[in-house]
Design a protein around this ligand. Structure first.
Ligand SMILES: CC(C)(COP(=O)(O)OP(=O)(O)OC[C@H]1O[C@@H](n2cnc3c(N)ncnc32)[C@H](O)[C@@H]1OP(=O)(O)O)[C@@H](O)C(=O)NCCC(=O)NCCS
Length: 149
């Protein structure tokens, strides 16, 4: 049985997150597919962790880190970016991490959105299983859900 919890990310999580971000499937599903250098990643982490309009969490199961979720806040809209560690994919954690974030969702937010490349079936299913509405675009699907209503 799962024993899931979400905690704010810290700079100590940077190496773990970089390894997950540079996994080939993560790069393929990202809107910028180049491999990320350690230097670039550290600059990005510092900036995101000190940004009041960004929230970043790690999800663990039984003490083991399994994935990361980030929400970039623009007004009342929170844009979700997330990934699951390669060895833990296909076990429901992608679906779980979105559900977990919704329990911690910032009071400022009234809408959550996720932009997904149309070929990323696993991510599309994660949003659908969490009852997001889909708006289809050109090569990108936009998922959205009202929260804090
Ligand atoms: C996308 C991602 C977060 C999904 O996480 P996950 O833990 O593997 O997803 P889940 O186990 O919750 O699976 C969700 C659903 O997708 C399905 N699925 C998983 N992999 C799939 C694949 N390659 N093709 C089609 N469906 C797939 C599962 O069967 C499940 O559906 P079901 O419950 O109806 O059977 C994870 O694969 C990942 O980190 N990918 C790389 C980064 C990424 O794409 N991030 C999202 C950017 S928008």
């Amino acid at each position: 049985m799962k024993n899931i919890s979400l905690r704010p990310a810290t700079i100590e999580d940077a190496q773990t997150i970089l390894a997950w971000r540079n996994d080939p499937i993560s790069r393929e599903n990202s809107f910028s597919s180049d491999e990320i250098s350690l230097e670039e990643h550290m600059r990005w982490m510092q900036k995101k962790l000190s940004d009041e309009t960004c929230q970043m969490y790690l999800m663990s199961d039984g003490g083991e880190d399994v994935g990361q979720i980030r929400i970039d806040i623009i007004g009342q809209v929170g844009e979700i970016s997330y990934l699951i560690a390669p060895k833990y994919r296909g076990k429901g954690y992608g679906t779980d991490i979105i559900e977990q974030y919704e329990k911690h969702a910032d009071d400022r937010l009234s809408v959550l959105v996720g932009l997904v490349k149309s070929g990323n079936e696993a991510s599309k299913r994660c949003f659908e299983k969490n009852s997001y509405i889909r708006l289809s675009g050109d090569g990108t699907d936009c998922y959205m859900k009202l929260i804090n209503q």
